[in-house]
Design a protein around this ligand. Structure first.
Ligand code: FES
Length: 97
């Protein structure tokens, strides 16, 4: 099972392979913005993935288009609602809170 570490707090949560970062963080009780409820429409769940990026699902067209119009995007940017976990642990930086 992959683990998600939040860079700011250092807190780590266990997650299931194949679910999105958003689903995993919400299930763990984390406060992460998700205004469109995971439809890749709002960009509010934007996170930076610092470690383990390659194990995540590939960026699809919808996510790519949304990131194109999101402020502050960098090379580690993903939408937490679209990026699905693989087998590796990841470290993320939450930007919405
Ligand atoms: S929750 Fe809206 S883009 Fe992810």
């Amino acid at each position: 099972m992959p683990m998600i570490t939040m860079k700011s707090s250092g807190k780590t949560v266990e997650a299931a392979e194949g679910i999105s970062i958003l689903q995993a963080l919400l299930a763990a009780g984390e406060d992460i913005a998700h205004k469109c409820e995971g439809k890749a429409e709002c960009g509010s769940c934007h996170v930076f993935v610092h470690e383990g990026r390659k194990s995540l699902s590939k960026i699809q067209r919808l996510e790519n288009e949304r990131l194109d119009s999101t402020v502050g995007v960098g090379s580690g940017s993903r939408l937490a609602c679209q990026a699905k976990l693989g087998t590796e642990n990841i470290t993320v930086e939450l930007l919405s809170n």
